[in-house]
Design a protein around this ligand. Structure first.
Ligand code: NDP
Ligand code: 8X3
Length: 247
């Protein structure tokens, strides 16, 4: 019998690539996002294997309703907590509060609310949760405080959740990517496609398909294996040194 994945943020980037990958692989795919037209277009491509649901991760009632889907869609084996975004890299006092709040509510509150609502079902099915953290969770950079803070939360939430789930057979994995070219930077810069193109120019970034391949590999591992965390980067990305302020 085919398995079912719930992907948050299936309208772009990693989530969309994952929806295509898992549908091609014979899974039933529930995809969420705010942009209804993108969800419809994906459904046109994927047909009956895809259930589009317009859900804003900041709407707790809508998020919790995802745990009440009828069978077979309700029989969720894999939750891909992928929906997320970053505020601009401006200094915090200059960053619009609405952007800050939106990021925290989406990346943290929405993710926790959905996970909490789906856990009984995931325990029943010995399912798997894959959470999108980031290299930003571990390596600080200028202008990253709020985004990185949310991703550090996601990483630690993933690890701690494993303690609560001991003995249930449920797997939890934190994925911590570096630079991948999606709509991420266009969104972060408030729609500046040129800035996004410049950021990824000449550095051969990771692609959404790279991440979808990773999710697929994880989903097909034997059930006795838990990958706790994976950090990945394009070969061209590494670290800068410490910043030292001198009088
Ligand atoms: P994209 O901007 O391409 O896609 C983000 C997805 O999240 C969209 O489908 C968007 O859907 C959805 N989303 C955003 N806010 C909400 C919301 N309030 N409610 C519902 N859905 C929402 O970004 P990526 O694919 O690159 O990012 C996916 C995840 O990976 C994010 O969590 C990101 O932080 C993380 N990540 C990305 C990296 C990168 O370099 N690209 C690196 C490390 C981590 P819609 O707008 O339709 O609602
Ligand atoms: C985003 C990854 O390297 O662009 O999560 O900050 S990076």
């Amino acid at each position: 019998m085919s398995k079912t994945i719930l992907i948050t943020g299936a309208t772009a980037g990693f989530g969309e690539a994952a929806a295509r990958k898992f549908a091609d692989g014979g899974w039933k795919v529930i995809g969420t996002g705010r942009r209804a037209e993108r969800l419809r277009a994906l459904q046109d491509d994927l047909g009956g294997a895809f259930l589009p649901l317009e859900v804003d991760m900041r709407d707790r009632k809508a998020v919790e309703s995802l745990s009440k889907l009828d069978s077979p869609w309700g029989d969720i084996d894999l939750l891909l907590n992928n929906a997320g975004l970053a505020p601009p890299t401006d200094p915090l006092p200059e960053t619009d509060w609405d952007r800050v709040e939106q990021v925290i509510e989406t990346n943290v509150t929405g993710l926790v609310a959905l996970t909490r609502a789906l856990l009984p079902k995931l325990v029943e099915r010995k399912g798997h949760i894959i959470n999108l953290s980031s290299v930003a969770a571990t390596y600080p950079y200028k202008g990253g405080a709020v985004y990185a803070g949310t991703k550090a939360f996601v990483r630690q939430f993933s690890l701690d959740l494993r303690c609560d789930l001991a003995g249930t057979g449920v797997r939890v994995t934190s994925i911590e990517p570096g630079m991948a070219e999606t709509e991420f930077t266009v969104v972060r810069t408030g729609g500046d496609k040129d800035a996004s193109d410049k950021l990824y120019a000449g550095m051969d970034p990771m692609t959404a398909e790279d991440l979808a391949d990773l999710f697929w590999w994880l989903a097909n591992l034997p059930p006795h294996l838990n990958i706790n965390a994976i950090e990945l980067m394009p070969v061209t990305q590494s670290w800068a040194g410490f910043n030292v302020y001198r009088e």
